[in-house]
Design a protein around this ligand. Structure first.
Ligand code: DC
Length: 232
């Protein structure tokens, strides 16, 4: 059976995961959050006391790691590091920078590539990340580049942290967003960029529902699918 794939790439805080999760539910596709996989590597480095930007030490760590992805009864993606469910631990604010640093290393990207491609070979997927349309799934049926102004993305991240009860300072969050953009777009390996065949979706000034409708419209217009068509 031919599986369909939708790639959603874009900078952090553009709403990729929230929107992709909902779209996947609506369409009966599997949602794959590839940032969570990089976060798991970042967490592993942090736990082993390794600088996530240290290419040699991180590369030496990788063969000893067991990183797996599973889907719970809730249908949500869980990440496991050496058998431990680290789904919550990888969301800690300081793991974001660790993940972004580790993600710049070619050895890390190679190590995680097959896991992502295999998932797309076995399911209809909506996969979100930075290089899904450009590198991981170059033959995806539809590629969307989802973005928003840095201030809008920082505001959303700030609200998210506050809702989770984590202390945050808006200016600090904005600085982190800008710094992560810089690292993700300027790295040599698989940098974040809009591919020539990706449809641009800018959600600046749109709320979640409006952003969802924008993406659903793009998908329905470009792909011959309707809600639930691919329920497995
Ligand atoms: O989407 P996120 O914030 O959870 O991703 C964490 C980091 O992982 C992000 O800074 C960039 C990196 N990443 C990547 O390089 N390639 C992907 N496909 C997904 C994430």
């Amino acid at each position: 059976m031919e599986y369909r794939s939708i790639a959603i790439d874009g900078p952090s805080g553009a709403g990729k995961s929230t929107l992709a999760k909902r779209l996947a539910q609506e369409l009966g596709f599997l949602y794959v959050d590839t940032g969570a996989i990089y976060r798991t590597v970042g967490l592993a480095a942090r736990r082993q006391g390794i600088d996530p930007a240290d290419g040699e030490r991180v590369a030496a760590m990788l063969p000893g790691l067991s990183i797996t992805m599973g889907y719970g009864a809730d249908g949500l993606q869980h990440m496991f590091l050496d058998g431990e469910d680290v789904t919550a631990a990888i969301r800690e604010n300081d793991i974001s920078a660790c993940a972004s640093k580790a993600a710049a290393l070619p050895a890390v990207r190679d190590f995680l590539m097959e896991m992502q491609r295999r998932t797309a070979r076995e399911h209809h997927v909506i996969m979100d990340g930075r290089d899904i349309g450009t590198v991981v799934l170059p033959n995806a049926d539809l590629k969307i580049f989802l973005t928003a102004a840095p201030e809008a993305r920082a505001e959303r991240r700030y609200q998210e942290l506050m809702e989770r009860g984590q202390r945050a300072d808006f200016d600090q969050v904005l600085r982190e967003v800008v710094e992560r953009d810089r690292r993700d777009t300027q790295r040599e390996t698989a940098p974040l960029r809009q591919g020539p065949d990706a449809v641009l979706a800018d959600t600046t000034g749109l709320d979640l529902e409006e952003s969802f409708q924008l993406l659903l419209g793009i998908i329905q217009e470009r792909l011959d699918i309707r809600e639930g068509t691919h329920e497995e």
